[in-house]
Design a protein around this ligand. Structure first.
Ligand SMILES: [Mn+2]
Length: 275
């Protein structure tokens, strides 16, 4: 599950976006003119060898961000980062005080139960269930998109389908991207939304450098359409995870794909914040 080198993901994204053009063509606007947008630097995880303490370190980094009303977009790290970010920005004890709807793009459900399946350890594949259990995620208004590939236990899928709206890659093939966007929007309604993108939802030509690759994922174009299709929802934060920069192909394809999706997300966040 854990793959070394993911902590270098943000640097690879910074490198590839050094000369980035900032204005959003489809939305006809400059997010950097709408809002104050800044790189807040690497989140210090001082106690990285202990998963529980590492989660607390990350949460401590995000708490003042949440208190300031800032809408964070983070680059992982693996999917374990989503738990402490959600704890800072949503649910009991957060400034918001209530759960958020989650839009989860991933080949995997990440529905392992901490106690039943994971020996009490919170990790990259427990966050989607843990968040529902501890009240940061509103399962009834949340949706998984792009579920694909073989997996170790059918009961995880059952939990995901019972709790979230889980749209498999097969269903996207069947109904198309536009109907998928409509289903996502219907599910989240007017709730505050957190978007989390595991890059393994993409097929390997567009994102080879991921921790847990699955064959036959979304094209980069489909992923862009799905993300841009969230325009108008109240997006309060987002992350892009599981990027293993040192596995990237020549031309830094995964970094470019991640950066393109992040530009869409930054634009969505800027529009949400300025509404
Ligand atoms: Mn995944």
């Amino acid at each position: 599950m854990i793959e070394r080198g993911q902590y270098l993901g943000p640097r690879a994204i910074r490198n590839t976006t050094m000369g980035h053009r900032r204005q959003h063509r489809q939305f006809r606007l400059d997010p950097f003119a709408l809002c104050r947008i800044a790189d807040l630097g690497d989140a210090p995880v001082i106690r990285g060898l202990n998963p529980f303490e590492a989660m607390d370190d990350l949460r401590a980094f995000y708490e003042p961000i949440a208190a300031a009303g800032t809408r964070p977009l983070s680059v992982g790290g693996d999917h374990a980062i989503t738990t402490p970010i959600l704890r800072a920005i949503a649910g009991p004890g957060s400034p918001r005080g209530e759960s958020v709807a989650v839009v989860h793009l991933d080949s995997h459900t990440d529905a392992y139960a901490v106690d039943l399946d994971s020996g009490g350890v919170e990790h990259a594949a427990t966050w989607a269930r843990l968040g529902v259990d501890e009240g940061t995620i509103d399962g009834e208004h949340s949706v998984m998109v792009g579920i694909n590939g073989p997996h170790p236990a059918l009961h995880l899928d059952r939990w995901a389908h019972d709790t979230y709206r889980a749209i498999t890659l097969d269903e996207i093939d069947e109904i198309g991207v536009a109907a998928t966007i409509a289903a996502i929007r219907e599910r989240v309604g007017d709730r505050a939304v957190y978007l989390t993108i595991d890059l393994d939802v993409l097929d390997l030509p567009w994102a080879p450098a991921v921790a847990d690759p699955e064959v036959g994922g979304l094209t980069a174009r489909q992923a862009q359409q799905l993300v841009q299709g969230l325009r108008g929802v109240d997006l309060v934060g987002a992350d892009v995870v599981c990027f293993v920069g040192r596995k990237d192909s020549e031309g830094e394809v995964t970094a470019l794909t991640a950066a393109a999706l992040m530009h869409d997300v930054v634009t969505l966040l800027a529009e949400s914040a300025s509404r």
